[in-house]
Design a protein around this ligand. Structure first.
Ligand SMILES: Nc1ncnc2c1ncn2[C@@H]1O[C@H](COP(=O)(O)OP(=O)(O)OP(=O)(O)O)[C@@H](O)[C@H]1O
Ligand SMILES: [Mg+2]
Length: 406
């Protein structure tokens, strides 16, 4: 979104300082442009309106940008409590990333606070489609945590991790977060690339701290993003370093299976072919699941989730848009809704007429958009052809056949 639009918005606001809708747009766009101090300034009058959540969100961003993480967390929590639509995955990850890792060094009362942050509940209801995946996650992660005695009665060992892989933006992280939210388990997120670069030389300790914290606060779900960063095939500066991470990781995972702890591990990667094969042995990431781009019904659901609360004209038929967005990722669909919204918004700013978002806006947005998953799918095709000896990619293979990716 351009500075032009922001200038236009600001001058509109100057003329109509009492128009909360315009003010909301001003603040939203300033946040997008990372102009946090200005966003906070313009958000001040919103504190006493129904949009107070947005004012808190602006505060959270500003605090985060100034390194005041505690304040940022408190404000963010208040913001999303007041309006769940304000959930900001990026900010959340930033706030969590810092909080999660060094947690075992914290005092007990700080740890309580930390635990309270696990509250940012997303559940399966907020994930469009993916029914088969949700069911597999229930069987492998949720039921074992909820009903361990039944598994024990059948002599079935609990534990081992589930590795999600697939093209970017198709909901891996979203799904993992919802898995914890679904049963109110604590959620611990660890992004491996971040850990490897932030904690050179200390990563193993951080990793083992994380597992310990998760055990102490069971039931919990540990989500390890970018598992491929542990790949032995990488030749960059992390490579030697990451070998000892792999060892530490294996120790933690194997230990977990042995003790039957109420801790489940989910991993995610865009590059499963780079994941160290030692990580895929029994008891480790022994179940591997492909997270595909959403199918048509799922796309319609995702569009409906992302258009909730917006001024949508009755000419808009989400089913038709879903039909025209083959191979679009969830993130692509969210972006499409943003584009259509921005069209209506910038016209409203010029004319002063707050019209709804029409089918025409969506069609124009469609012309500007294309699916971001194709490159990944084509690349994946090669790996399926040449590296599927152990059947790891069977579900991906079926998908590629059906989608006619060559
Ligand atoms: N099934 C879905 N239902 C609703 N929203 C979705 C869905 N899939 C993706 N999204 C939207 O797309 C965004 C990106 O999804 P997410 O971050 O989970 O993708 P990812 O697979 O983890 O991507 P990456 O590989 O880049 O990490 C989410 O924040 C959400 O807004
Ligand atoms: Mg992700």
């Amino acid at each position: 979104m351009s500075d032009d639009l922001i200038s236009l918005l600001l001058s509109t606001l100057e003329e109509k300082p009492d128009n909360d809708r315009v003010r909301v747009q001003v603040v939203t766009q300033l946040l997008k442009a990372r102009r946090y101090a200005e966003a906070v300034e313009h958000a001040t009058p919103l504190r006493v309106t129904e949009h107070k959540g947005l004012a808190k969100l602006a505060g959270a961003h500003l605090a985060n940008s100034q390194g005041e993480l505690e304040t940022a967390r408190v404000l963010y929590k208040e913001a999303i409590t007041s309006d769940r639509k304000l959930i900001d995955e990026q900010l959340e990850t930033e706030l969590e990333g810092v909080a999660k890792v060094p947690v075992s060094g914290l005092e007990d009362d700080k740890r309580e606070e930390h635990e309270n942050e696990n509250r940012l509940r997303v559940t399966f209801a907020e994930i469009g489609g993916m029914e088969a995946l949700k069911e597999k996650i229930r069987l492998n992660i949720l039921y074992p945590l909820q009903k361990p005695e039944i598994y024990a009665a059948y002599g079935k060992k609990i534990g081992g991790g589930l590795l999600l892989y697939g093209p970017p933006g198709c909901g891996k992280t979203h799904l993992a977060r919802a898995t914890a939210g679904e049963i109110g388990a604590n959620f611990y997120l660890l992004s491996l690339n971040e850990v490897l670069s932030m904690w050179i030389g200390e990563s193993e300790k951080q990793l083992s701290n994380l597992f310990k914290t998760a055990r102490d606060h069971a039931p919990s779900v540990i989500f390890i993003d970018e598992v491929d960063a542990l790949g032995g095939k990488r030749s960059d500066m992390h490579s030697h370093h990451s070998r000892s991470m792999v060892s530490q990781f294996l120790i933690e995972m194997d230990g977990m299976v042995a003790d039957n702890q109420k801790v489940m591990v989910l991993g995610a990667t865009n590059m499963p072919w780079n994941v160290d094969s030692a990580l895929r042995r029994p008891g480790r990431f022994d179940k591997v699941l492909f997270v595909p781009p959403p199918d048509k019904p799922a796309r319609e659901q995702i569009l409906s989730i992302h258009t909730k609360g917006r001024k949508i004209d009755s000419s808009v038929r989400l089913a038709d848009i879903a039909a025209k967005t083959d191979h679009f990722s969830g993130a692509d669909l969210a972006h499409l809704v943003e584009l259509a919204t921005e069209r209506a918004l910038s016209e409203a700013l010029k004319s002063g007429n707050l019209r709804d978002i029409t089918n025409h806006d969506f069609q124009a947005a469609l012309k500007e958009s294309k699916p971001s998953t194709m490159e990944w799918l084509r690349r994946a095709k090669n790996y399926v052809n040449f590296a599927n000896q152990d059947g790891m990619y069977d579900d991906l293979d079926q998908y590629l056949e059906k989608a006619r990716i060559r």
